[in-house]
Ligand binder design. Structure first.
Ligand SMILES: Cc1cc2nc3c(=O)[nH]c(=O)nc-3n(C[C@H](O)[C@H](O)[C@H](O)COP(=O)(O)OP(=O)(O)OC[C@H]3O[C@@H](n4cnc5c(N)ncnc54)[C@H](O)[C@@H]3O)c2cc1C
Length: 565
């Protein structure tokens, strides 16, 4: 694989010249801890840091995946007293096919119940049993016992709203609707970040003693995903640029039944619980194909990950619909059962499709990244001043995450990273400050006379990743995908922009390309099938691969194996 184009830069004097002229537009501010992101990991980090008595600024673009959370794991033992942190630990390692970083798993196993109690004390209205102050807990796939706590009207929204209110009470300074353009980094590590308010010429350099990156996973790297648009791999790309290591980039979990028609509902997960209630999956010929793969249960008694593999196989072998999916048919359900899925039924009807008499079209879609920034059990990335938390990080879930664990991860490690970033902020010597221009280098590199539009390239990247590093992978497809990404990159390197918005778009496209190459390169290197990484040419799990593939700035794009802890 050639990596040359990424490192062929225009003369540094040109870049510094543009950076110097851009510097006049930059306003500066200072804080102790800067938290990047506006989801649960970020707010948990901000609150924990503020509780340590330091000044905190939190900057974000949107709310990310957090508001969509239905429930999260906490081994309280309220619904089944056999549950404990030790059982939860074992579930995670089994579900992650042994690849999990045990230090992180231990932290999560012993921290999730505390996170639940802290949120409850702040007023999150969790579903409770009628008596005894005990939570109602649901049994999700991959968990030995019922341990998912939830809020009936929407867990993610309730948790994030409560955290926002609490952060405001504590005096966290929020900067909403701003894009992080890059980290301010140099020999003394990370010292802040550059922010841009879209549709304006306003740039702000927030200087900070330490930074917590909590900007979510890789979602929008895939053509079809359940992620909102503001989660596109920026956390990984920026941390990598600052010297952090990325691991497990090849592992992406797919949700099996995500709507592709009606198009207004594209990206909406259909509930797999509805299949348990009797809804059916059919291919283009009307065949209930799951009977073939999972007799006699068909859509029932099967792991979500396996169901996703079979649906994709049906599509890949030409038995899917022209739209690229299969039918999800809920017409045979009795009305009361069907209508109990209130929001799904109403969203479909608003799009002109009545699930009582019409099927919808679904296909697997990217849902959850297991890979990301390498951290220790204090949330430290190994780069001075740089901490990270939430879906931006890799390691805790191993090769596949058990249901309900994305949110638990963000809640526990958000607080861990915030607390340790605050302590480090007090201890670090920050007398050597990086100049403003250092934060503008990455942006300046795209300045020029033309105004090129990278949107078609972004779309091409997404299709390439979905097409070649989807649910099934093989060497031929991955190699072709890498060639395509290299070609995209060559084209991108010749593009320039005359405006700030244009330069930001080109920089984002470069970062997407970088992450995409890492996903495909790692998937090509891992010649086995494990968890969320399934190779048609290497269908077996292979104990020799019980190791992480990692990328660091100094090794450029050559994946390096590191043993699991
Ligand atoms: C549809 C859906 C349903 C889910 N359901 C569940 C569930 O029921 N249970 C569960 O445990 N997990 C669930 N998950 C996973 C879970 O939502 C995530 O793992 C978790 O919310 C990640 O939280 P986070 O704070 O790390 O990132 P996010 O919540 O994704 O937040 C990322 C933040 O970073 C910001 N950001 C990103 N890039 C930039 C930038 N360049 N500049 C400024 N800001 C930026 C975003 O705007 C956002 O505020 C679900 C995920 C999806 C997509």
């Amino acid at each position: 694989m050639t990596t040359k184009a990424f490192y062929d830069r225009p003369a540094m004097s040109d870049i510094w010249g543009v950076a110097a002229s851009l510097a006049s537009r930059v306003t500066e501010m200072r804080t102790d801890v800067l938290v990047l992101g506006g989801g649960m990991a970020a707010y948990r980090a901000a609150v924990a840091a503020r509780n340590e008595g330091v000044e905190v600024v939190l900057a974000y673009r949107g709310r990310g995946a957090s508001p969509y959370v239905i429930g999260f794991n906490a081994p309280l033992g309220h619904s089944d007293d056999r549950d404990s942190p030790d059982v939860y630990f074992d579930d995670m390692v089994r579900g992650g096919y042994g690849l999990n970083d045990r230090r992180l798993v231990r932290r999560l196993a012993h921290g999730a119940a505390d996170a639940y109690r802290e949120l409850q004390a702040l007023g999150v209205p969790f579903a409770m049993q009628a008596e005894g102050g005990r939570a109602l807990q649901r049994h999700l796939s991959g968990n030995s016992y019922a341990r998912s706590v939830y809020v009936p009207d929407g867990t993610g929204r309730a948790v994030i709203d409560t955290l926002i209110r609490h952060a405001r009470t504590l005096g966290v300074v929020e900067r909403g609707g701003e894009k992080v353009i890059g980290l301010l980094h140099g020999d003394a590590g990370v010292q802040g970040a550059l922010l841009w308010k879209p549709h304006t010429e306003q740039l702000t350099l927030v200087r900070a003693r330490t930074v917590v990156v909590a900007m979510g996973g890789l979602g929008q790297l895939y053509a079809d995903s359940t992620y909102p648009v503001d989660v596109a791999g920026d956390a990984c790309a920026m941390a990598y640029e600052a010297g952090a290591t990325l691991i497990d980039m090849e592992f992406m979990q797919f949700e099996p039944v995500v709507t592709i028609w009606p198009s207004q509902c594209r990206g909406m997960e259909m509930p797999t619980a509805m299949l348990g209630d009797g809804a059916q999956l059919r291919n283009a010929a009307g065949e209930r194909f799951m009977l073939r793969y999972n007799p006699p249960h068909a859509e029932r008694q099967i792991e979500k990950a396996r169901m996703a593999l079979y649906i994709q196989q049906e599509i890949d072998e030409g038995r899917g619909l022209p739209e690229g999916g299969v039918w999800f048919d809920a017409t045979s359900l009795d009305a009361a059962t069907r209508e109990s899925y209130v929001s799904h039924c109403s969203r479909l009807r608003a799009a002109g499709v009545d699930p009582a008499n019409q099927a919808v079209i679904v296909a697997p879609a990217a849902h959850s990244a297991m890979g990301g920034i390498l951290i220790d059990d204090c949330g430290w990335t190994g780069v001075t001043g740089l901490y990270a938390a939430g879906e931006a990080c890799g390691g805790v879930h191993g090769a596949s995450r058990i249901a309900g664990n994305g949110c638990s991860d963000t809640l526990v490690f958000g607080a861990v990273a915030g607390r340790h970033a605050a302590r480090a902020a007090r201890a670090l010597d920050r007398t050597n400050e990086e100049p403003i221009n250092a934060s503008l280098r990455a942006l300046s590199r795209w300045w020029g006379e033309q105004q090129d539009d990278p949107v078609p390239l972004k779309q091409h990247i997404r299709q390439t990743v979905a097409g070649h590093a989807g649910i099934w992978r093989c060497a031929t497809g991955l190699s072709q995908g890498l060639t395509t990404l290299e070609q995209i990159n060559v084209k991108l390197q010749s593009m320039r922009a005359r405006t700030l918005a244009g330069a930001v778009a080109l920089l984002e496209t470069e970062r997407m390309t970088r992450c995409a190459i890492m996903v495909l390169a790692a998937a090509l290197q891992r010649t086995e099938s494990r968890g969320a990484h399934q190779r048609t040419d290497f269908p077996q799990i292979d104990t020799r691969w019980l190791t992480h593939l990692s990328f660091d700035r100094y090794g450029k794009f050559s994946p390096r194996e590191i043993p699991i802890h």
